[in-house]
Ligand binder design. Structure first.
Ligand code: NAP
Length: 547
């Protein structure tokens, strides 16, 4: 199948173009960054690997892909007009609707005229004497700019499983993050899927409904809770629109900028019957409430985490008919909420279907290899027509590693961050002048679009400050980098999630050198992060060094 996601004919211009800023990526981050750069009167070029805008929502077209945050908290808030014009159709927007929304934004603000598609950036080198970045595309084309904005996402470097024979399968094999534009026809097909993360948990029920037989290869199960999606009627949407200021202000007042506020009580201080009733209520409600609106210590206290895990395990046992299958689906190696909780729509009931088989590759039958026909485990050969590698991403730093980024004195970003990223606020990296990162490592994330807007606002605030004073270079200060790096490390110390392997702790066994846990995000309170960035801005950005 031709890769229609990246391919388009383009010729290389004779001259090297120069811009004030180059933005890498035309997803939610790159689109908003371009909008703000234009407001500053800067010339900008966005280079995007795909054939169009959308980033995550461009690439992840797999069946079942959708927001698992409330749509009306997950769009842009910078334009009140846009907010009033756009009607979300579902509480948790499916990927096609989200892509339509982003296209609407790109059209409304005429963003495409400064964007170049099918243009993967392979290198970005800082020239200290010229005070300039030189960016190289896969085609060999080059461009120069004073500023480099990375808007490359935290989950964009997808990874295929390091399983022998992986490329020998003779049927079509897909990774969800490279799902083709053409509809994949599962009717009458034997399908195998490897991986049971948030992506697979969304895709499995959809594929099972269509295919002849689905075999799920699960290495380690994940905790998951119901999404409870629903359509949004016209009246409800009007009501949401009238409350947008209140909704966004509320999100900004929560630790992770979602619409869910943690319950200030501690789990074991609440009487068991009351606790149970509260969890029943949360389990029956839409969205992340069961995770982010739960008692405040479920992510830090082992006994609290064990109690909520037992509650969720009971739900799985109730929903899955075969007790042996249910036990396989219950994680035993990490508690609920210590990895990012996937939200599901009928995931557990899917295992009650007679066209679905769960293979436990950790305890029962490890995968030995991929064969031309399918998958060979230690116990048998499975034959498939279609294989799906839902095996995740090299999170946060992976997308940086795939670009040869070099800063002062030729310092390679990949080397500088080999053990741990070193940044100030996750926005500027030490040794890389004029490189501003949206969703860089060590920044606060939580609700991603809101984190993006906050980052872009802060960074374009720096640029405005520089314009006003004639500065052309911004860098980190060593003492601020050290201080921020330690703050980030300390903020994660008490979290149970820091003790668990996941993309969030930088572990990906399919990638060489990614077996050791790292701290990749600021896991402190988002309210404090906003306050800190506001103080840095109002104090005249003294924490940065300008020239
Ligand atoms: P993931 O959570 O990292 O899951 C990858 C899965 O593949 C895991 O089950 C992993 O097993 C398995 N795997 C990897 N390599 C394997 C191998 N060689 N052999 C066997 N199994 C292997 O990735 P994801 O599901 O793509 O989700 C990543 C993140 O994307 C989520 O946490 C979430 O933040 C985001 N996401 C968001 C949405 C949404 O907003 N709606 C939807 C999907 C994803 P092990 O656990 O044993 O390593």
């Amino acid at each position: 199948m031709p890769d229609t996601l990246v391919t388009a004919e383009r010729s290389i211009p004779d001259q090297i173009a120069e811009y004030d800023a180059i933005v890498i990526g035309a997803g939610i981050s790159g689109m908003f960054m371009l909008y703000r750069l234009r407001e500053l009167g800067m010339t900008a070029r966005v280079f995007e690997m795909g054939t169009d805008i959308g980033g995550t929502w461009y690439w992840n077209r797999y069946p079942g892909a959708r927001f698992d945050s409330e749509s009306w908290t997950y769009g842009y808030s910078f334009s009140k007009e846009l907010m009033q014009e756009w009607d979300w159709k579902e509480h948790f927007s499916p990927q096609p609707d989200t892509l339509e929304y982003l296209n609407y934004v790109a059209d409304k603000f005429d963003l495409r005229r400064d964007m170049q598609f099918s243009s993967a950036v392979t290198a970005a080198h800082w020239d200290d004497a010229a005070n300039q970045w030189t960016v190289t595309l896969e085609s060999g084309e080059q461009a120069k700019s004073r500023f480099l904005m990375t808007a490359i996402g935290i989950l964009s470097a997808h990874t295929l499983p390091a399983i022998p024979g992986r490329d020998s399968f003779k049927g079509p094999a897909y990774h969800p993050a490279r799902w083709p534009k053409q509809k994949v026809d599962f009717a009458g097909k034997r399908v195998g899927i490897i991986g049971t993360g948030a992506t697979a948990i969304q895709a499995i029920p959809e594929i099972a409904r269509e295919c002849a037989h689905l075999t799920v290869f699960q290495r380690r199960p994940n905790w998951a809770a119901p999404l409870h999606n629903a359509k949004i009627g016209k009246e409800e949407m009007e009501q949401i629109k009238s409350r947008y200021d209140e909704i966004y202000a509320f999100c900004a007042s929560t630790p992770m900028w979602f619409i869910h506020q943690p319950d200030p009580r501690k789990t074991l201080e609440v009487a068991p019957e009351e606790r149970e009733a509260y969890w029943e209520k949360l389990y029956a409600e839409p969205g992340f409430g069961i995770w982010l609106g739960n008692f405040r210590d479920i992510g830090t206290d082992e006994a609290a985490a064990a109690a909520i895990s037992e509650f969720i395990a009971r739900k799985i046992r109730q929903r899955v008919r075969d007790p042996k299958v249910a036990e396989k689906l219950i994680p035993k190696d990490h508690p609920f909420a210590s990895r990012r909780v996937p939200l599901e729509s009928g995931y557990f009931e899917t295992y009650n279907r007679n066209n679905v088989t769960l293979v436990d590759t950790l305890r029962d039958e490890p995968i030995e290899r991929i064969t031309p026909e399918g998958v060979k485990t230690t116990k048998r050969d499975y034959a498939f027509d279609i294989l799906i590698y839902a095996t995740g991403f090299d999170g946060v730093t992976g997308a940086f590693d795939r670009i040869d980024i070099r800063g002062k004195d030729g310092l390679r970003l990949k080397d500088a961050w080999a053990e741990n990223p070193r940044t100030y606020l996750g926005m500027l990296a030490e040794g890389f002048p004029n490189m501003l990162m949206v969703l860089g490592p060590h920044t606060a994330r939580g609700n991603i679009p809101q984190a993006i807007e906050h980052s872009v606002q802060f960074q374009t605030g720096i640029l405005r400050f520089m314009q006003g004073r004639g500065y052309t270079r911004v860098e980190t200060r060593p003492e601020q980098v050290e201080d921020w790096t330690q703050t980030v490390i300390r903020a994660g110390e008490k979290l149970l999630s820091s003790k668990v392997d996941s993309w969030q702790t930088g572990v990906n066994r399919n990638v060489e050198g990614r077996q050791i846990r790292r701290v990749l995000g600021y896991n402190g309170n988002g309210i404090h992060f906003r306050k800190l960035t506001d103080e840095v801005a109002s104090g005249g950005y003294k924490e940065f060094s300008f020239r």
